[in-house]
Design a protein around this ligand. Structure first.
Ligand code: SF4
Length: 331
């Protein structure tokens, strides 16, 4: 590991100013991703700004919804009574991720910032446009079974690894950030980006900006929700495909509103807007769920080793919707 400076500010403004001064100054929260990347030499910070003393841990009601402080841990959010009661989809997604030990350390802000788990990104001997822009993409003609079906480019076909972010995309959350120019709110679907010609950029944060909170809108999807994660082993593994499904059903079982998002298939959490539009005001039947899954797969493009996802993804959508229409809520 390269030598680096370490700062531990107690004021948010100081942390932001310190980060803005150096191109390779990184914020450190739980460290569950960043420290691994440093050990492997994938990132080499000049300064680590430990933000754990900043007052960003609260989980509080806000504007009819809930505000999650950026430093709240994944476990704290997953087990919070207001999340279990009003946002059970988020709790399910958190508990599908990583391991209990990691969830006790990882934070909301850090989860948003975690990097792809493409193996070529971690392998310094291989080309990777995300790690080293212009070097090429080892995955496009390599072992790409974990890679994207949607929104990829000829520069990068990596996927976002976060389970939390799939649920937050479905719930239409907002990311609050603060920088030298003040505060701004980023709609969740605009926070992560597709690779395009700049796969080194995972998101739309500007230099010197710090995530301070994630806002959840007033709760609608409190009952008929499910987060289904398909992976190579049943714990401590990233998704091959995951689906966040939330239904608002009327007394007759018709769909008043629906949210669907997929993980493991794109460089950002992949919201299934066309499938949602198809399902609205229809009956919650297997036939309609199957048709929605087919709509969701329009435009999918597989690579040599991830062809299986073309069947796995619609089957996962169908299963998640079926479970959501039942009574599967976290206890
Ligand atoms: Fe790098 Fe993206 Fe290609 Fe993976 S898919 S090797 S992260 S450029």
């Amino acid at each position: 590991m390269n030598p680096f400076s370490y700062a531990r500010p107690t004021e948010t403004g100081t942390a932001i100013k310190t980060q803005a001064k150096e191109s390779q100054a990184f914020f450190l929260a739980g460290g569950t991703n960043l420290i691994d990347l440093m050990k492997m030499g994938v990132v080499n910070p000049s300064t680590l700004i430990d933000i754990n003393r900043l007052p960003l841990k609260g989980i509080e009601p806000h504007a009819g919804g809930l505000r999650l402080g950026a430093l709240a841990t994944n476990s704290e959010v997953a087990d919070h009574p207001a999340v279990l009661k009003d946002y059970p989809l988020l709790s399910l997604a958190f508990n599908a991720g990583a391991s209990p030990q990691l969830r006790n350390m990882a934070t909301v802000g850090g989860n948003l910032m975690q990097r792809t788990r493409c193996s070529y990104f971690f392998d310094l001997t291989m080309p990777c446009n995300k790690r080293e822009p212009g070097s090429g993409c080892g995955a496009i003609d390599g072992i790409n079974r974990m890679h994207a079906l949607f929104g990829a480019s000829d520069k990068c076909i990596a996927v976002n690894p976060s389970d939390m972010s799939v649920a937050l995309a479905a719930l239409d959350a907002t990311v609050r950030v603060r920088g030298g120019a003040g505060e701004r709110a980023i709609p969740f679907h605009e926070f992560h980006r597709l690779p395009g010609d700049q796969p080194e950029l995972d998101n739309t944060l500007r230099k010197g900006e710090l995530i301070t909170a994630v806002d959840l809108p007033p709760a609608v999807f409190t009952k008929n929700v499910y987060y289904l994660k398909v992976r190579d082993r049943t714990s401590y593994a990233f998704a091959l495909v995951s689906v966040a499904a939330a239904l608002d059903l009327d007394a007759a079982g018709r769909i008043r509103d629906v949210r669907l998002a997929m993980g493991g298939v794109a460089h950002k959490p992949w919201r299934l807007y066309k499938a949602e539009d198809f399902l609205k005001h229809k009956a919650a039947t297997a036939e309609n769920f199957r048709a929605a899954a087919a709509i969701a797969m329009e435009g999918a493009k597989a690579y040599r080793y991830n062809q299986f996802k073309l069947r796995l993804a619609p089957n996962t959508i169908l299963e998640a919707l079926t479970k959501a229409a039942g009574t599967n809520t976290p206890s």
